[in-house]
Design a binder for this molecule. Structure first.
Ligand code: BTN
Length: 318
């Protein structure tokens, strides 16, 4: 069922401003119900202005994603696409499907009520203000060969952002998408299966498209609107359809070695003095000197190089 807030947002996205009475008639709602839905959208963080004479208008332009147009593009790349107005999390939605129904399936949500970020964090964006994208992928090569998967996903997202938006993206290990020193998006890869046999990955990518000024994730951030003057997401989704499958196939067939020079070109941490917080809360300090064949971060301190496979990076002194 299509949620009422989605129908309201779709209507508002077409016109400069629309009166409350007109919205009520077109959506088959009472004026009070229109007001309630406006409030609901506002609570998600979407700014809607109200003018006594002219009615309601979106403070930032919104362009909803079109299942028909994008579904055709996805199919051209062997992918099956479904766009949902609202899900708790696109990663969770795909994970809940039977493994054999996930492969090559892309799920996009206009709004996630429980978007998941790395390390148990929340991933937040108001309706249509970000691209919330997940792809299910089956690998036959076993998990042992997929240590660098989330780095490869970051590289595919960076190349899609270049092709669709002309952006020069660097990557902060393991897979933050950085533009102009600010976080534009991130990836969350969840994988299950056999060390040497088939395994299934859910590859989640979140990219900020046009967020409110008030957004405060505790680190410098940017979005497509600020970086390019255009917050549309459709071309970016299409570019992801074309960038991801070949990179995933290349990783499975040939490993990370052939891809790692690409990482080196985009490595935002290379040569930086870092402090890395390990999952157990302990910290390591050193200078980042690249990534390993299995996607770990090489950290050098006192002439010794250590490979870290998990952890949270902050720039030392920052
Ligand atoms: C990060 O913490 O940087 C990773 C964020 C990943 C967010 C995306 S949005 C689509 C997919 N569904 C989720 O619940 N999370 C990922």
């Amino acid at each position: 069922m299509i949620p009422t807030w989605y129908r309201l947002l779709a209507r508002l996205s077409h016109d400069e401003s629309v009166g409350g009475q007109r919205l009520a008639e077109e959506l088959g709602l009472s004026r009070a119900a229109v007001w309630k839905q406006v409030e609901k959208l506002r609570k998600t963080g979407l700014a809607i202005e109200a003018d006594r004479g002219r009615g309601y208008r979106l403070a930032r332009p919104v362009s909803l994603l079109d299942q028909e147009a994008l579904g055709g593009e996805a199919a051209a790349h062997g992918l099956e696409l479904e766009i949902h107005p609202e899900l708790d999390s696109t990663n969770r939605f795909l994970s809940d499907l039977l493994a054999d129904r996930r492969h090559a399936r892309v799920v996009i949500a206009e709004y996630q009520t429980g978007g998941r970020g790395r390390r148990g964090r929340q991933w937040w964006s108001p309706p249509a203000a970000g691209l919330c994208f997940s792809l299910g992928w089956r690998f036959e090569c076993g998990m042992m060969r997929l240590g660098a998967l989330s780095l490869v996903v970051g590289l595919a997202a960076a190349s899609a952002l270049r092709d669709a938006c002309g952006l020069d993206i660097s990557l902060k290990w393991p897979n933050d998408l950085i533009h102009g020193g600010r976080k534009l998006g991130g990836c969350l890869v969840e994988i299950g299966g056999h060390a040497d046999g088939p395994c299934d990955a859910v590859i989640g990518i979140g990219i900020n498209a046009h967020l409110p000024e008030t957004f405060d994730p505790g680190q410098p951030w940017t979005d497509l609107w600020r970086a390019t003057g255009d917050g549309r997401r459709d071309r970016l989704a299409m570019a992801l359809f074309s960038a991801l499958p070949p990179m995933l196939r290349q990783l499975e067939a040939h490993g990370f070695e052939g891809i790692s020079p690409e990482w080196a070109k985009r490595d935002a941490l290379a040569g930086q003095s870092l402090r890395v917080t390990m999952p157990d809360g302990s910290t390591r300090a050193g200078v980042a000197v690249g990534v390993s064949p299995r996607g770990g971060l090489y950290l050098e301190a006192g002439g010794v190089t250590e490979e870290l496979v998990m952890g949270e990076v902050s720039i030392r002194g920052a």
